[in-house]
Structures are given as C-alpha cells and as structure tokens.
Design a protein around this ligand. Structure first.
Ligand SMILES: [Zn+2]
Ligand SMILES: [Zn+2]
Length: 78
C-alpha cells in the first residue's frame, strides 16, 4: 500500500480548515464560519497525525518530507 503524507491546515481547535483564507490565515470571506487557520498538521495515511501540529507551513513541509523519507527507509508491511 502506498503511504501518503500531506500537510493539512487546521483551526485552533484542531479541526481541518478547508476554507479559503488569506495569506495571513484570516478567512477570505468575512461571513465564513472559519475561525481562522492557525496551525498545520502533518498527516500520514498510515500513522494519522505525525507529532504536534506546526504553527507555520514552512515548518510543516520539511516535517512531512522527513516522514516520507522514514517510510522510504523502512517500507510499510507488504
Ligand atoms: Zn477554516
Ligand atoms: Zn507514517
């Protein structure tokens, strides 16, 4: 099975944010239910959340890359 690792934007309460937001993290639509995007979680298809969410995407991206490399080094069950 192929493992996928992605960075998922989250709200402060740790729910996924699929809203359109400005680069600042504020919702693009002022009337949106989005409370604001405050963190980025690394989510693995096999392990779920990897470590703690990161506050900025530039820190989450390398963590996701590192986790992918760990899978490459030690392949999941065949
Ligand atoms: Zn949102
Ligand atoms: Zn994993």
């Amino acid at each position: 099975m192929r493992v996928t690792v992605r960075v998922e934007p989250r709200h402060a309460d740790n729910t996924a944010c699929g809203h359109a937001v400005k680069p600042s993290g504020k919702p693009r639509d002022p009337g949106s239910a989005c409370p604001g995007r405050t963190q980025f979680a690394v989510v693995c298809s096999e392990h779920g959340d990897v470590d703690q969410p990161h506050h900025v995407r530039v820190l989450a991206e390398p963590a996701a890359t590192e986790h992918r490399q760990q899978h490459r080094a030690a392949p999941a069950t065949r």
